[in-house]
Design a protein around this ligand. Sequence first.
Ligand code: ATP
Length: 516
Amino acid sequence: MAQEDIFKKLVAHCKEYGYVFQSSEIYDGLGAVYDYGQNGVELKNNIKKYWWDSMVLLHENVVGIDSAIFMHPTIWKASGHVDAFNDPLIDNKDSKKRYRADVLIEEQLAKYEEKMDKEVAKAQKRFGDAFDEKQFRETNPRVLANQEKWNALHQRFSDALNASDLAELKKIIEDEEIVCPISGSRNWTDVRQFNLMFSTEMGSTADGALKIYLRPETAQGIFVNYLNVQKTGRMKIPFGIAQIGKAFRNEIVARQFIFRMREFEQMEMQFFVKPGTELEWFDLWRETRIKWHRALGFGDDNYRFHVHEKLAHYANAAVDVEYKFPFGFKEVEGIHSRTDFDLSQHQKYSGKKIQYFDPELGESYVPYVVETSIGVDRMFLQVVSASYCEEEVESNGKVDTRVVMKLPPVLAPVKLAVMPLVKKDGLPEKAREIIDDLKFDFNCQYDEKDSIGKRYRRQDAIGTPFCVTVDHQTLEDQTVTIRYRDTMEQDRVAISELKNIIADQVSFKKLFAKLK
Ligand code: ATP
């Protein structure tokens, strides 16, 4: 099945099984805003716990905060967001659709990559085991021609971005003959800058209301609390401050489901270091973060690093962690070395000294910062994309398709479903008894409707890793059938063993052990 079709199915599945709903759906929805349903919120909370604990529990020198969304408007002047938090946009005059000029060009680069990958895949099929991919890429004329086009475009694109040359971005779109996917035409407007911050007013107009912004990133809440945390926590450099919270961006192009939203959630950690050591810490956090992603077991080949074409004026290193979504490799997380830009700016605009007295050096300095910034919703999309699966299975001599969310058990919204084989003979009561015993440890679900086969499928679709069936034998010998989601194998086990079997599979501790 084409990746696009899989993605469509995934989106429909997320709705059907209570993961993600369009916001304000009964009013025809609100663009690029989504709500999380009964299963979505559990998965989201588990993702946040994985991130939070891996930062705050596992690092003695990382602490958390929860700062307000509303902040003094001067913060956004100091951070540069009022003047420079822009995206280059371009409109197609025929379809009246708006695009990000940089995204159109990135997609063109991805097309060249796809062409090369297709040649490689074809040759691989032809030559089998004897295939040497490296040699093929270095010698095949069609691959080389596309590589040359990619190199030239990449260079031109980087130069244009670095020079903020909007006319050149338009020229690239024209020269590459990029068409609007809706109208198919090349009738483009000029490229313009568009500020992404939402604003609102605080206070009554009679008092002179204050224009304030909905934060476009959570990081500034950390910077302006640097002194509070450092002093009250008696923190010594190097140390980090972590935060999870909502952020808002008036995205021009909001497509691809929860990949790009106007209201989303970020998990950010700012790590404060001695000037001059930031690149070492940058490398360390880059490795720490990729390990965190890989520990979930979605396949190491599905991740890559993307080094930024254009560094923000304050950054001296930046890299994205990209995951292979059904629509291609895309950013899930950014790791940035932000120098002392933010703290220095806040020092300047607030007039307050924001420095650290280093007892070893016997001097004060403005700390440098390495940031790790990941979107909760993009991480959610990574998890569900990696887990959604359609399988052919045999049941009662017939081949059937089962849809299963092979979520890492530790992240699954429901850990265990308990099902009485029939709705009588004391089996429902026994099933409830098991739930009552386990519900303080795991999120359990009781299910008695329909045949056992249908109930298994329902739990597969949600991603429940364990189903426990209570039958007549249970009443006699206190054993149940436990059925494993991924293998569909079943075991007969004592009720008293259930807790240990499940705990072992859904343990965060076990996951954290992979991060060492
Ligand atoms: P992009 O280039 O995709 O717009 P960005 O480079 O602007 O992303 P950052 O400002 O580095 O993103 O934000 C850090 C993280 O926040 C991103 O890696 C992503 O996971 C998440 N994020 C950013 N914008 C959005 C959005 N509109 N919707 C959902 N998540 C987002």
